[in-house]
Design a protein around this ligand. Structure first.
Ligand code: 4AD
Ligand code: MG
Length: 477
């Protein structure tokens, strides 16, 4: 007999004569009640064991974490909180679990402890919920772009370029560490390496994505991205997933419209599909908030916060306006910021971004027209000669969630910029070809997928929204 998912059993419209369920024991009470979970839903199904007719040997093996198969009838439950339960006629132990040693005890664990057990934490309610939400969100991403006729492009993971020009890359090499081949002047001779040149893991698929947008019109990427920045924060991963749409003939305003519509769509979709999980995560967050001092508590429950983002336009503010606000704000005057904003041109830190979003505007904010010298080389220079058509989207509790821009489509201006920054034109000959042959206005952005999952789940550490986080000093599993 084929087993039925717990989700389907709980959603059944009638009692059923014979059903089979398979899953893992969450708890076993009074030698009689198994709370069984199979991952299909956050909810457990109660399985009532006929303990008088079940051998003691078997009952003893019903321990937290054990895999079991239960066969019986689906009946209406007399217990509170569930419509149906299984009256078990046959109980089989599929895989024993040493209850004393099983790390996921039915009690509250710290997130740090759970991180050290990332292979088992997904068996808890919270991580089951987070990972289901993550999965639905990624489907929503594809759904959005596919419905709009975007082409999904798989840009290379191993590349020879540093798209962001930040130089924070992981090298990819097959050269030996001892006896490394050297050139005459003592440098590593990458000509002898696997690809015959220096290569790294991609920090962004944008540059390759642009070449495709200049043929297919609207494209998006959704893939793993790597950054060797040594920032041990709750917002940074060394390996994260990024979504990068790129659209020919879109200017910066179109780009902002697209980003806003896209984010609202994926959140709405997920709120509809993940009601049980989000309700659970909201409850979890409320519990957590109780342990915080009043001033640090978030003002809105999770679902309300998500609805707020759907119902309100993102506030669009130029960098120059933002600097004026920040320069005059109380935490800046009272030197409460770690980085004091004195003048136009300063790079914004996450403390400033969060002030703008959480204290000043109290809604998501799109900052645009940043100083050219704090942004990447490929952004379109404005007529003022000192700002570029960049945009960052800032979210409450997160800070920057999206970075994007209108691209510099003018060959001469782009080459001049590259020269000024010491970017090798020969290295990026293929990128420059897009400006040589049929160049046009185009724009795109990158959304950090884990930052989106953070926002939607209400979690606060990015390590808790990716299955197996990679951060400085940590690559277990
Ligand atoms: O702002 P970034 O660096 O922009 C780009 O890479 C552009 N090439 C995107 C584009 O225009 N196509 O990164 C985009 C987003 C950030 O806003 C942030 O959400 C996320 O990627 N991000 C990270 N997420 C987790 N860990 C990190 N280390 C991240 N670095 C960036
Ligand atoms: Mg950025």
């Amino acid at each position: 007999m084929r087993h039925t998912k717990v989700k389907d059993l709980l959603n059944s419209t009638t009692t059923l004569h014979e059903v089979n369920a398979k899953g893992w024991v969450r708890t076993f009470r009074n030698n009689q009640f198994i709370a069984l979970n199979d991952g299909s839903t956050i909810n457990n199904i109660q399985c009532v064991v006929d303990f008088e007719n079940t051998p003691d040997e078997t009952l003893k093996r019903v321990t937290t974490g054990a895999a079991v198969s239960v066969t019986g009838t689906l009946v209406e439950s007399k217990g509170a909180g569930q419509k149906f339960e299984i009256q078990v006629s046959k109980l089989e132990i599929l895989g024993d679990s040493d209850a004393e040693k099983f790390p996921m005890q039915p009690k509250k664990h710290s997130l740090e402890f759970l991180r050290e057990n990332a292979h088992l934490r997904v068996r808890t309610n919270a991580f089951g919920a987070i990972m289901r939400v993550r999965s639905v969100l990624s489907f929503a991403v594809h759904n959005y772009f596919q419905q709009k006729g975007f082409v999904y492009v798989n840009t290379p993971i191993i590349t020879g370029s540093d798209a962001e020009g930040a130089g924070e890359m992981f090298k990819v090499t097959a050269l030996p560490f001892d006896n490394t081949p050297r050139t005459e002047d003592g440098k590593v001779n990458y000509k002898e390496d696997f690809f015959g040149k220096e290569t790294n893991l991609t920090v962004s698929g944008q540059l390759e994505g642009e070449t495709f947008a200049m043929a297919l019109g609207q494209i998006y990427t959704f893939g793993p991205t790597f950054r060797a920045e040594n920032s041990n924060t709750s917002r940074h991963l060394a390996e994260f997933w990024m979504i990068e749409p790129e659209v020919a003939f879109n200017d910066l305003n179109d780009n902002m419209d697209l980003a806003e519509d896209f984010i609202q769509y994926v959140i709405k979709y997920t709120m509809e599909k993940c009601q049980d999980d989000l309700k659970f995560l909201e409850g979890r967050l409320l519990e957590e908030e109780k342990s915080k001092p009043q001033a640090e508590r978030s003002e809105m429950p999770l679902l309300e916060k998500l609805s707020f983002v759907l119902e309100n336009n993102f506030k669009r503010v130029s960098y120059t306006e933002a600097i004026d606000i920040l320069r005059d704000c109380t935490p800046n005057k009272k030197k409460k910021f770690n980085y004091i904003i004195n003048e136009w041109g300063a790079d914004l830190q996450s403390e400033h971004e969060r002030y703008l979003v959480e204290k000043h505007f109290k809604c998501p904010v799109i900052l645009f027209d940043y100083p050219a010298n704090i942004k990447a080389f490929y952004m379109r220079l404005n007529e003022d000669g000192k700002t570029v058509r960049a945009m960052d989207i800032l979210f409450p509790g997160i800070g920057e969630i999206v970075g994007g821009s209108q691209r510099e489509e003018r060959f001469d201006v782009l080459v001049e910029k590259m020269k000024a920054l010491g970017i090798d034109e020969e290295e990026l000959w293929w990128y420059l070809d897009t400006r040589r042959f049929g160049s046009a206005v185009h724009s795109g952005f990158g959304l950090g997928f884990e930052r989106l999952v953070l926002f939607v789940t209400g979690m606060t550490n990015i390590r808790d929204v990716i299955p197996f986080p990679r951060t400085p000093g940590s690559a277990e599993f």
